[in-house]
Structures are given as structure tokens and as C-alpha cells.
Ligand binder design. Sequence first.
Ligand SMILES: Cc1cc2nc3c(=O)[nH]c(=O)nc-3n(C[C@H](O)[C@H](O)[C@H](O)COP(=O)(O)OP(=O)(O)OC[C@H]3O[C@@H](n4cnc5c(N)ncnc54)[C@H](O)[C@@H]3O)c2cc1C
Length: 469
Amino acid sequence: MYDAIVIGSGFAGLVAARTIARANKKVVLLEAQSRLGGRCYTSKDLFPAPVDLGCSWIHGYAEGTPVRDLVEELGIKATVPQKARSVVISQGKVLNPEIVSKLQSNQSKALEKASKSSGTGSLGAFLFSEHDAAGLFTSLSDEEKRQVEGLTRTLEIGMGASLERFSLRWNGYEDSFKGTDAGPEGGYSRVIDALAKSFTALGGEIRTGTPVLGVNPGASGEGVDIHTSTGNAESDDLSARLVICTIPLAVLQKSHKDLFQAPLSSKKVEAIEKTHVGQLGKIVLSYDQAWWPTDVGAFTILPTASPVSKEEAPLKDARALLNSVSLVTASFAVESSLTPHPTLLTYLPAPVAVQLEAMTTAQVTEAIHSLFLDNLPRAAGVKAKRPIVSELTSWSKDPYALGATSTPVIAADEVTPLNFVELGKPEWQGRLLFAGEHTSLNNRGSVTGAVETGEKEGKRAVRLLNAQT
Ligand SMILES: Cc1cc2nc3c(=O)[nH]c(=O)nc-3n(C[C@H](O)[C@H](O)[C@H](O)COP(=O)(O)OP(=O)(O)OC[C@H]3O[C@@H](n4cnc5c(N)ncnc54)[C@H](O)[C@@H]3O)c2cc1C
């Protein structure tokens, strides 16, 4: 029997498992996929330099995130990129910086007003209300009103849902690590690999390709029994004194009734079922040469068409979907980057991420390339050729993620952020613990949340195990 079984090899699982192994306990980590890292995945060989298709930034790097301590301890360098120029594009034209400042000023005043409002309803309804309750549209022409709405909708990228799904009341409730972003050199997966190495060096065991199908309170009235499906009957069943489950929320939503073979508390079940999981995708295109200006680090491309409704979305082609949302494209060709390369990474926001990820990489590549040709300014003397290589994420289709991350509560629902606390509470008298980004009240949706809860539950497991001996 193991002291502990940890399910999932993302940041939460690896940090929890290592914390337990450090206390000289016998621990095994079970991962369904053939690779480690979960929603941390660096594409290492396809592009001229590694590109992160899941998490990419250490948020709150200068503000005290524990992820900084982790990467430093593992000997991985992280850098805060130098500020590069960013441009906003509307209807194929780069907006004059003075207009952008005017729009941004309205936007920040409106967001400030929203953060102080305790009104009911959605953040989107407040910001875009016809009578301009937030002041977003004050003193703007009709064209500028459309532009400021598009600019404000870029917030949907980080939120994982449209602004109309966000509660105004709970907007900005969290006390999270944010401010300065740093990127781990060589990609985020290096941190996962180093963590796994440090865990196994302590005697910890990792089994990949081992999906957990059943979690039972131990038949003997102690511990927990786990059933996996590796196809090898001899190693499919394991037991431990306790289990830490870091399975992502969307996967729990789909599988919790079959997975946990004894009841969970009704509050836990309600929190699992009602907490929202957001969507976010990425499409990355690499060219033989940068044909856009290399002093620009990010292009914000405002929508040219009205939002596509849920009903018509599956019928729309990729270009129509892309035209209907605000896009942010990061350029890795920017001169200030550590390893400049002619690659563009575009975030696919919630309103269209699922539909686009359901298409083929070739379809979405074609659509985004044509959108770039219509919108991005050109570098002098460089002809725009077709991309050489591209990659489209599939987080919404990945059976072990089924989405991007948990998101703050949706509007018109009685759920509150306290759901994130409920999701992290132990069950079965301390034999079944939970960690993962979705169990962090203040840092949900981030690597910080995964690391913080992995460490917290790893320490709890050690205390519980010590109390039993
Ligand atoms: C596109 C995108 C961009 C992001 N950008 C950032 C960013 O820049 N900065 C940031 O801080 N955060 C970012 N995030 C969020 C961040 O990636 C996650 O919060 C974090 O990686 C979650 O870690 P976790 O350990 O909670 O879950 P995961 O990493 O998802 O780990 C869970 C693991 O459980 C495994 N699993 C699932 N079911 C089973 C089963 N039945 N049996 C065994 N194993 C199972 C999965 O395969 C997975 O490996 C981003 C996320 C996405 C999708």
C-alpha cells in the first residue's frame, strides 16, 4: 500500500506529490496521458524556438507568486520581456495612438466604475448598456464606440467567457498575484520536467498512460482503492492511505458520478456541477521571414462583424468566426525578444474557441493567415508569403482538460467564488483531498493556483499521514 496516490501530473499534482515525497512517504503519481504537465505544454520542435500552447506566463513575478520561488529553486531562468510597441487595428487600419489613448482612458474609467459596483447582472451588460451606465462610450463617435467595445472585449481572452457571462458583483473579487509577467526560458514544460525529476529523485514513482477510472473508500474501512485502466490487470488496482485528486474541473463535471464510488458531500457536488469552466485556444503560425514590423510585440485586431450567435456558430466558417471577435496576436519576431523568430501566436477567445478548435488546423491556419494579410501592417520590402508551419490547440477537445480553466462565477446564477473553496475541501474524513487551479479562491485559473493548492494539500496529506502513525 502506498502512503499517497496523486492523480494528475500538472503543476498541482507534481507539487503535491513532491511535497509528500519530501516527508519520506511512499507516493505514486498517476497520469492518464503519455506526457506530463496537463495544461502546461510547450511545443518544442515545430517552431524555430519553443512555444507554449498552454500556460506561458508567470503572473505576479515581481509581486511574490510562489511560482517564482519554484522556478528559482529548480534552476530555471525566467525573464520579464522588454516592453515592445503594441498596435490596435480596426477595419484593416492601425489606429492612431491618440485615439487608442482616448479609448483606453474611457475603458479604464468604466472598469474602475464596474469594480466599485455591487449591482446585479453581468459585467458586459453594465459596460455596454444603452444608457452608458459605466461611461465607456462618453464623448465617442459611433465608430469609436464600436472600437472601445472591441478593445474592452479583449478581456474575454483572460476570462475564458464572454463579458455577458460575468457577474458584475463578483468582478475583481480575488486577491491574486498579478502585475509583472515573466516567461520561463525554453518554455514552461521545462519547469514540469524539472519538477518531475526532483520528485523521482526523492523516490517518488510516476506512471503515465494510467487513467484513473474509479476511486473508492478502502474496502477494509481504511485508505482508498484506485482502479486504473492501463490494460495490465496486475497493476490496474492500487491502494493508498489517502489520495489527492487534481483532475481538472471540466473533467470532474463529466465523470464525478462514475469516478467517485462513494458519495461526495452535496456541497462539493453542487460546486463541481455549477462552477463555470472557460475556454481559450491558441493558433500559432510561423513564416520564413517576418513580413510585419518587428518593433511591434502585440497586435490587437478589433472585430469587423457583429458577434456570432451560439446557434449559428457551428455553421460559420473560420474566417467569419475570427471576424466576429477581438483578437490579440503576439509576435515572437519582436527585436527585444530573447530569441526572435518569425512566428505569430493568436489567442482564440471564448466566444469562438470551441468552434475553431473543432475545425482542422489547415482551415483555421488559412483563415487567420488571410485575416493577417488584410490587417497587419507590412515591413518595408518584405513580401508576405504563406506560413511554413502552424499549430492549433485542442484544449476544449482534450478529454483530460475539456476546456481552459475555471472562471469566476457567471451572471444570473447563485454561485459565488466560495465555490472555489468548496472544491478544495477534503472528503471521506480526510482520505480524499483535492488540489488544482480550480480549488484556489484567489488564484484560480493560473499556475499560481495550481502550485499553491498542490503545496497546501501536499502538506495537509503529510500531517494526516503523520497523525495516523
Ligand atoms: C491556453 C491556456 C493558456 C494559459 N495561460 C496561462 C498563463 O499564461 N499563466 C498561468 O498562470 N496560467 C495559464 N493557464 C492556466 C494554467 O495552465 C492552469 O491553471 C494550470 O496549468 C493547471 O494546473 P493543474 O495542475 O490544476 O491542472 P492540469 O495541468 O490540467 O493537470 C491535471 C492533470 O490530470 C490529468 N488527468 C485528468 N483526468 C485524469 C484521470 N482520470 N486519471 C489520471 N490523470 C488524469 C490530466 O491529464 C492532467 O495532466 C493557461 C491555460 C490555458 C489552457
